[in-house]
Design a protein around this ligand. Structure first.
Ligand SMILES: NC(=O)c1ccc[n+]([C@@H]2O[C@H](COP(=O)([O-])OP(=O)(O)OC[C@H]3O[C@@H](n4cnc5c(N)ncnc54)[C@H](OP(=O)(O)O)[C@@H]3O)[C@@H](O)[C@H]2O)c1
Length: 271
C-alpha cells in the first residue's frame, strides 16, 4: 500500500476527528491532509482563530477556544459533546502550542505560565474530558511534542520541559490505554517552517531551516497509522534525538547551551 493510501485509510477509520491549532502551521497541514483523504468523519478544530480556506467537501466545524483558559476548555468540550457523531472511533490531535526563547523567565513569568497551560494543561484536560468517550468507542490521541522534549534545553527551558512532559505522558498513556482500544502517539518535530518562530518572539526566520509542515505531517501521519508510540520527524532530527537522549542530562544541557549560544539566536529576537 502506498503512503497516501495508508494515510487515507487511517483517517477513514475514525468517525470524529478533533484537532487543536489547525489555524496555522503543522495543524493546518494536518487539516489539509484530512481534507485530501475524502473522509466522511466530522472534523472539529479548536483554536482562537478559524482556519482559512477549508475545503467545502469536509464536514468541518471550527470552535473558537483559547486553550490557556480552563473555562474555555470545559465550555468547548460541552459543545463538542453535543455536536460529535454518537458512534465510531475518535481521533484527538493535541497540536496547539507555542515556545519562547531567552533566559528564564523571558519573555515574562505570565507568558511562561500561559505556555505551560497551553502546552501541558490543555492536552491533559482535553484528553481527560474526552477519555470516557474514547474508552467506550476506541481511538487515538496524538500529541504534538518536539525534538526539544528529548533533552533539557537551556534558553528554552520551560518550552522544552513542556514537551518532555507531553512526550513521556503520551508514551506512558499509550502503554496504559492500549488495553482499552486507545493508542497514543507523541509526534516530535525538529525545526519546521511555520509561524512558530514568530510566536516564540523571533522577528524573522532564524536560519535553522528544517522541514516544511507538509513533510513533517506526512511522516507523523504514517507513524500514527502504524501506532508508533513516538516519532521524531526528519532523519537528521532522528540522529540528534538518539544522540542527545543517551547523554547524561547535565551533559546534554551543557552541550545544548554551547550549541544554542553559537547559533546567536538573540540576533533574531523581536526588540
Ligand atoms: N515549528 C516548529 O519548529 C515546531 C517544532 C517542534 C514542535 N512544534 C510544535 O508543533 C505545534 C504546532 O506549532 P506550529 O509550528 O504549527 O506553530 P504555529 O504555526 O504558530 O501554530 C500554532 C497553533 O497553536 C494554536 N495556539 C497557540 N496558542 C493557542 C491558544 N492559547 N489556544 C488555542 N490554540 C492556540 C494557534 O492557533 P490560534 O493562534 O488561532 O489560537 C496555531 O494554530 C506546537 O505544539 C509546537 O510546539 C513546532
Amino acid at each position: 500500500m502506498s503512503k497516501n493510501e495508508t494515510i487515507d485509510r487511517f483517517f477513514r477509520s475514525f468517525s470524529c476527528i478533533i484537532i487543536s491549532g489547525a489555524s496555522s502551521g503543522i495543524g493546518r497541514a494536518i487539516l489539509s491532509r484530512i481534507g485530501d483523504s475524502g473522509v466522511a468523519a466530522a472534523v472539529f478544530n479548536l483554536s482562537r482563530t478559524a482556519p482559512q480556506g477549508v475545503s467545502n467537501a469536509l464536514n468541518f466545524t471550527h470552535l473558537t477556544c483559547d486553550l490557556s483558559q480552563p473555562t474555555d476548555i470545559s465550555k468547548v468540550v460541552g459543545e463538542l459533546q453535543k455536536l460529535m457523531p454518537r458512534d465510531g472511533r475518535i481521533l484527538l490531535i493535541n497540536n496547539s502550542g507555542f515556545g519562547a526563547y531567552g533566559e528564564f523567565p523571558a519573555p515574562g513569568l505570565a507568558h511562561t505560565l500561559m505556555m505551560i497551560d497551553v502546552n501541558v494543561r490543555a492536552p491533559v484536560e482535553l484528553t481527560g474530558l474526552l477519555w470516557a468517550e474514547l474508552k467506550l468507542r476506541g481511538g487515538m490521541v496524538a500529541n504534538v511534542a518536539s525534538l526539544a522534549g528529548y533533552q533539557p534545553t537551556p534558553l528554552m527551558t520551560t518550552y522544552a520541559a513542556t514537551k518532555s512532559f507531553l512526550l513521556n505522558w503520551s508514551i506512558a498513556l499509550d502503554a496504559e490505554a492500549k488495553a482499552h482500544g486507545i493508542r497514543c502517539v507523541a509526534i516530535c518535530p525538529g525545526p519546521v517552517s511555520t509561524n512558530f518562530s514568530k510566536a516564540a518572539g523571533f522577528a524573522g526566520p532564524t536560519g535553522l531551516g528544517g522541514q516544511t509542515a507538509d513533510e513533517c505531517v506526512d511522516e507523523a501521519l504514517i507513524a500514527m497509522a502504524h501506532h508508533k508510540p513516538h516519532v521524531i520527524t526528519g532523519w537528521k532530527n532522528n540522529l540528534v534525538g538518539i544522540f542527545s537522549a543517551r547523554l547524561p542530562k547535565p551533559w546534554a544541557a551543557a552541550i545544548g547551551l554551547k550549541m544554542i549560544k553559537r547559533l546567536r539566536l538573540d540576533r533574531f529576537v523581536q526588540k
